[in-house]
Design a protein around this ligand. Structure first.
Ligand code: KIV
Ligand code: NA
Length: 275
C-alpha cells in the first residue's frame, strides 16, 4: 500500500496522483484493480448514493458504514474518509474523538476535512495524534449554504491570495495533501508550486499534482447533475436502465425464467411424488 511519503515522492517526480471516490465493496474493488492511487470515501455519498440534495445530512454512521464497505473491497489502497458536516468544528477534543472513531471503525489511512481558519488547529491536533489529514480548499460543499451555492472560488486576486495563504497554513499544520475544488487552473499552479505536499484537484485544472473525481460522475451512474469539470469516461447508466427494462418486459411476457434458468426434478422422483 502507498503511504503519505510515497505521495510526496510522486509529487517531486511529477508523477500524477489518481484518486476516485468509492462508497461500497464492488466500486472500491474496481478502483484498486484499475490502479487508483487513493480512494476517497467522500461525503458526496449523500448526494450520489443516498439521494440528498447536499452533503449536510450525512452522518458519522453513514461514513462508517460506507467506509467499512470500501475498505473490504480495497484492502491494499490508501483510503481517505471524509469527516461529515458538523463533526470537526467547535470542541477540538470531540473533533479528535470523531476522527479516531472514523479511523478505527473503517480502517482508513487518513481523514479529510474542509476549510482553513478554525479548521487549522484541528489539522494540527489530528496530525499530532497520528492521524494523516487531507485538507480541502476552494469550493467547500459542506459550506455551500454559506457560499451561496456550488460556485467557482478564488477568481479575484484577493480571494486567490487568501487560498494561497490557507493552503500554506494547511501544510504547516501538518496536512498530508490538499484537495482543491473548483478554482482557476492558474491558481492551482501557484498553490501547487508553493507547497511540498501534493495538491489533488477537482475542477481545478491539470496544474494540480493529482486529480480526483466522483465515481458516479465519471461513469455516469445515476441521474444527478454532472458538473462541467467532469469528463464522461463511461455511461453505465444507459445499459443498466436498458437491462432492467428488458428484465421487467421478459417477466411480464413469460420469457424469463426459461428452463435454462430453472432447476429440474428427475421424472422418477416426480412419479414417486404424484404416485
Ligand atoms: O465528497 C467528495 O466526493 C469530495 C470530492 C469532491 C473531493 O470531497
Ligand atoms: Na467531500
Amino acid at each position: 500500500m502507498k503511504t503519505t511519503s510515497d505521495f510526496l515522492k510522486m509529487k517531486s517526480k511529477e508523477d500524477k496522483i489518481t484518486m476516485m471516490t468509492a462508497y461500497d465493496y464492488p466500486t472500491a474493488k474496481f478502483a484498486e484493480e484499475a490502479g487508483v492511487d487513493m480512494i476517497l470515501v467522500g461525503d458526496s455519498v449523500g448526494m450520489v448514493v443516498l439521494g440528498y440534495d447536499s452533503t449536510v445530512l450525512v452522518t458519522m454512521e453513514d461514513m462508517i458504514h460506507h467506509g467499512k464497505a470500501a475498505r473490504r473491497g480495497a484492502t491494499n489502497t490508501f483510503l481517505v474518509v471524509d469527516m461529515p458536516f458538523g463533526t470537526y468544528h467547535g470542541n477540538i477534543d470531540q473533533s479528535l474523538a470523531n476522527a479516531v472513531q472514523l479511523m478505527q471503525k473503517t480502517g482508513a489511512q487518513a481523514v479529510k476535512i474542509e476549510g482553513a481558519d478554525d479548521v487549522i488547529p484541528v489539522i494540527e491536533r489530528l496530525t499530532f495524534a497520528g492521524i494523516p489529514v487531507v485538507a480541502h480548499l476552494g469550493l467547500l460543499p459542506q459550506s455551500a449554504g454559506v457560499l451561496g451555492g456550488y460556485k467557482v472560488q478564488g477568481k479575484t486576486a484577493e480571494a486567490a491570495q487568501k487560498l494561497i495563504e490557507d493552503a500554506k497554513k494547511c501544510e504547516q499544520a501538518g496536512a498530508c495533501a490538499v484537495v482543491l475544488e473548483c478554482i482557476p487552473y492558474q491558481l492551482t499552479a501557484e498553490i501547487s508550486s508553493n507547497l511540498t505536499i501534493p495538491t489533488i484537484g477537482i475542477g481545478a485544472g491539470s496544474t494540480a499534482d493529482g486529480q480526483v473525481l466522483v465515481f458516479h460522475d465519471l461513469v455516469k451512474y445515476g441521474s444527478h447533475h454532472i458538473p462541467k469539470f467532469v469528463k464522461e469516461y463511461a455511461n453505465v447508466g444507459e445499459p443498466i436502465l436498458q437491462g432492467i427494462r428488458q428484465y421487467v418486459e421478459e417477466v411480464k411476457s413469460g420469457i424469463f425464467p426459461s428452463l435454462e434458468h430453472s432447476f429440474t426434478m428427475k421424472d422418477e422422483q416426480l412419479n414417486q411424488l404424484y404416485g
